[in-house]
Every structure is written in structure tokens, then in C-alpha cells.
Design a protein around this ligand. Structure first.
Ligand SMILES: [Zn+2]
Length: 239
């Protein structure tokens, strides 16, 4: 095993079943849940203890990645606002957040709920693209599996479609997708409306949580920026 060093894969909360149910279905729960502390180096918990219980590796990842970002830039404080109930199960109004593998996190640089888009759905300067990207790189860099066969512990990151478009545009301009970790981050970012003030992080089951059921995550092929990539490819093919 080469677990990411920030992942408490065997300690604390254990995910049972699935992260997400259909409709009002209860599909998952949490045993021996780990409570995210009210605050710590580089992070603040939004919301009460009732809704901030997670799997051991989710809580350890959030705490250590937040601390690492804060060590690079002391102004960076991650605001985490909702994981799961102590014993998991249905967490209204969410379909997911059932087994301690999901967290809602304000975009880095924000300390309050509220959209980073304007009324025309354009991304504003309230969205600090590079700081968020830096944090996502820290999260996605943590891996589970073996030397021969490993993958990021991050299953997906949900952001509003306008934000994904902005990220793709930035990535093309700065040519950042030549880097393998950047590509891995980009393909895990799924455009999903409703995520304009926070992003939703979903982790994979810890390999030690034998009763955890892996949910299928449909990631776009490639980095999910392909509309423009296909067009660019077509131009190249002609030339
Ligand atoms: Zn969520």
C-alpha cells in the first residue's frame, strides 16, 4: 500500500454502504464517526458538530491539506460547512453526505456562503482561481492503492458549470494541463449547478472500509474541457 500520508485510512470513522441514495433513500451510514474540530491550523468549521462527522481519511485529509495551504500562505483559511451526521444516513436536503465521504467547502478565500458569480452567471474576482487550484492539487495528490496501481483518493469535485468553463479557459491560456497532477485535478472537477459559493468534495472509500460501496462517478473523458480540445484537434488534423 502507498496511502497518501495525510489519509487516516484505518483510524476513525468508517463508511458503510453508499455515499448517495436515490431520492429519499437511505443508502449509507457512518460508524465511529470522526468529528471535524471547530477550528485548527488553516481551517474553520461552519455549522455545528451535528453535521460535521466524517470518515477518518476525509477528516484527516481536510485538516492536513488546510494546514499545508496555510503554511504556504497564512491568509488561507479553509471554511468547511457540512460533512455527515454522526451516524450518517439521510442529511437533508442532500442526496449524498450519507457515509462520511462528502464535504461542502467554501471556495478558498471565502468565509461566508454566497455566490462567486454575478447576476449574468459570470465568474467574479470573488473566486480566487489560483488559490482554489492550489488547494485542489493538495487534495488530489493524496492517493490510495498500491505502487503498481494507485489512484487519487478524490472521486470528484463539483463546481458550477461557469466555474469549470473559467478553469478550462485559464488552463488553456497558461498551458497547465501538461502537468499530470493538473490533468488529474481537472478531470475530477465536474460541472454541476448549485455549486457557485462552495465546492463539493467526494472521496473514494478507504480500502480498509470493507462495507463501503464505491459509487460510480461518471467523469468526462479526458479533462472534461474537450469541447474546445476537439475543435483544436480538428484544426490540427487539417493542417
Ligand atoms: Zn455537498
Amino acid at each position: 500500500m502507498i496511502p497518501g500520508s495525510w489519509l487516516d485510512l484505518e483510524l476513525g470513522g468508517e463508511s458503510i454502504g453508499k455515499a448517495q441514495g436515490r431520492g429519499a433513500e437511505v443508502s449509507g451510514r457512518l460508524e465511529k464517526g470522526t468529528l471535524l474540530p471547530e477550528k485548527g491550523p488553516g481551517f474553520v468549521r461552519l455549522g455545528g458538530a451535528a453535521v460535521n462527522w466524517g470518515a477518518g481519511h476525509l477528516v484527516s485529509l481536510l485538516m492536513r491539506a488546510s494546514e499545508a495551504l496555510n503554511q504556504r500562505d497564512s491568509r488561507s483559511v479553509i471554511h468547511i460547512g457540512g460533512i455527515s451526521h454522526r451516524e450518517g444516513g439521510r442529511f437533508q436536503p442532500h442526496k449524498s453526505h450519507q457515509n462520511g465521504l462528502d464535504a461542502d467547502i467554501l471556495f478558498v478565500g471565502r468565509s461566508r456562503w454566497g455566490s462567486v458569480l454575478n447576476s449574468s452567471q459570470k465568474v467574479t474576482e470573488r473566486f480566487d482561481l489560483e488559490k482554489n487550484w492550489e488547494f485542489w492539487r493538495l487534495l488530489v495528490s493524496q492517493r490510495i492503492g498500491t505502487d503498481e496501481d494507485s489512484e487519487s483518493v478524490v472521486a470528484m469535485i463539483l463546481v458550477s458549470p461557469a466555474i469549470k468553463d473559467r478553469l478550462c479557459q485559464w488552463a488553456r491560456e497558461k498551458n497547465v494541463l501538461d502537468d499530470e497532477l493538473n490533468r488529474d485535478v481537472m478531470r475530477r472537477i465536474r460541472p454541476t449547478s448549485g455549486h457557485d459559493g462552495h465546492f463539493h468534495l467526494r472521496l473514494h472509500c478507504s480500502p480498509f472500509h470493507k462495507k463501503c460501496v464505491r459509487t460510480k462517478v461518471l467523469l468526462a473523458a479526458g479533462d472534461g474541457c474537450q469541447k474546445k480540445r476537439i475543435r483544436r484537434g480538428a484544426v490540427q488534423a487539417r493542417s
